[in-house]
Structure formats: C-alpha cells, structure tokens
Design a protein around this ligand. Structure first.
Ligand code: 6GU
Length: 225
C-alpha cells in the first residue's frame, strides 16, 4: 500500500509513523507513507496556501491551486482508490471503514485546516470525507495519523500473532475483556481464578462473557447495530 498525506504542517506527522508498529510496517515494505507539504506547491511569491473567504466572515480558507496541482501530479503517477479529506463534518470513522480501506493499493489523505478547503476541491477531487469523532481538532493531521494507524495495522503481515488484529475490540462488535499479568495478587486485588486454571475452554467462555458484559455496560450502541 502507498499513502500520500497532503498537509501544511508536515512536522506534525514526523513522529507518528517513525516509531514502533508503523515504522516496522514501512521497513518491512508493507506500506509507503509520503508526507507532502502543500506549501511547496504554492505559486504566489509569498507561498500563501490560504485566503480570505468570499462573503466575509472570520477564518481563512485553504486555497484551491496548490492542493489541486499536488493532487493532479500524484494522480498522473498512479491511480488512487480514494482521495480522503479529513474534516470534522465527514463521516465518523469506525472499524468497518478501516477494514475496507486496508484493502486499498493507493490512498491520498488531505488534512484540513482553518475554516477548511475551498468547496470546489471537495467537489472535484475528494471521494471520501472522514471525521474521527464529534469534537474539533486544530487541524486534520492528528486525525490523519489516527486513520493511517488504524488502516496500516490491518495490512496482513504488519502485526504478528501476539498482536493480531483479529482479537481487537470492535472487530466482532464487542469491546475486549479485561486482561491481567503478574503478579497474581496486587494490594489485595486478585487475578480471576479461571485465568489461572489452565482450562482453555472455560477461559474462552469467561472472556466472551466479560466482553459481552462490558459492551452492554459501556457501549450498548454496538449491540443494537
Ligand atoms: Cl478529521 N479534523 C479536525 N480538524 N477535527 C476533527 C476531525 C478532523 N475529526 C474530529 N475532529
């Protein structure tokens, strides 16, 4: 998979992909992540990437031209499965979207800023608009990092058996059960006996029960879908 991220703040995206699982995914060749600075495609002498909005009102709008020329350059080089715009008014991201997107070959992710991009960018180029939740971030970069992480860890080979995505919360529409490690007792708090029993069938049953109980308690909406 190849992911091209378009941003006016490339620095914000330096560390998320250079550590741990995301770093290893790139080193092993499962994904190539390119961060492009939209400002490099600004044509005016001040390298502006935003402008006042027509009709008046507070807040700048991201200009069409630098974004358009970057997207068109990339699209001449290869075909993209989706051109995604990260925006608080997009569709709220869920695990099923990540599962689908993890099957992509090439993705473009545009990070929104200020009051957003000129609407014509959305009309002409964007195939999908994604939000990561009902709150506002200063820009789309952190949201893009969340999206990329959620997608890349699903590419076969990125996770090993121990970290397998198949047992993640949400993959079966359930939250994960509680987990424990040593010591067996901490300040009077004991690890449930069943987990120390060695009875794999009972342990599996206990985990399913706890996952269901936890989901009913914390996320009943997941069970209604
Ligand atoms: Cl994608 N962008 C911004 N700026 N804020 C958000 C978001 C995206 N998703 C949730 N809040």
């Amino acid at each position: 998979m190849r992911i091209d991220i378009l941003t006016i703040l490339p620095k914000l995206l330096e560390s998320p992909f250079s550590i741990s699982i995301m770093q290893r995914a790139q080193e092993k060749g499962h994904v190539e992540i390119y961060v492009h600075n939209i400002r490099d495609y600004a044509t005016n002498k001040h390298k502006n990437v935003d402008d006042y909005q027509y009709g008046g009102g507070a807040g700048m709008v991201m200009s069409i031209e630098p974004i358009a020329s970057l997207i068109e350059k990339l699209c001449e080089e290869r075909t993209y499965d989706e051109i995604i715009y990260m925006t608080p008014d997009g569709e709220v991201l869920a695990q099923n979207h990540c599962n689908d997107l993890s099957l992509s070959k090439n993705l473009i992710i545009l990070c929104g800023h200020y009051k957003g991009v000129d609407e014509r960018i959305r009309e002409k180029y964007i195939t999908r608009e994604i939000s990561i939740g009902s709150y506002v971030l200063s820009g789309g970069e952190l949201a893009a990092a969340v999206l990329v992480d959620a997608i890349v860890r699903l590419i076969p080979g990125v996770l090993n058996d121990e970290t397998s995505a198949l047992t993640d919360s949400f993959q079966d529409k359930l939250l994960s059960p509680p987990v424990y490690t040593r010591p067996p007792e901490f300040k009077g708090l004991k690890v449930p006996d069943v987990l120390l029993s060695g009875n794999t069938k009972e342990i599996e049953y206990w985990r399913e029960e706890k996952a269901l109980e936890r989901t009913k308690e914390r996320r009943p909406d997941l069970l209604e879908e």
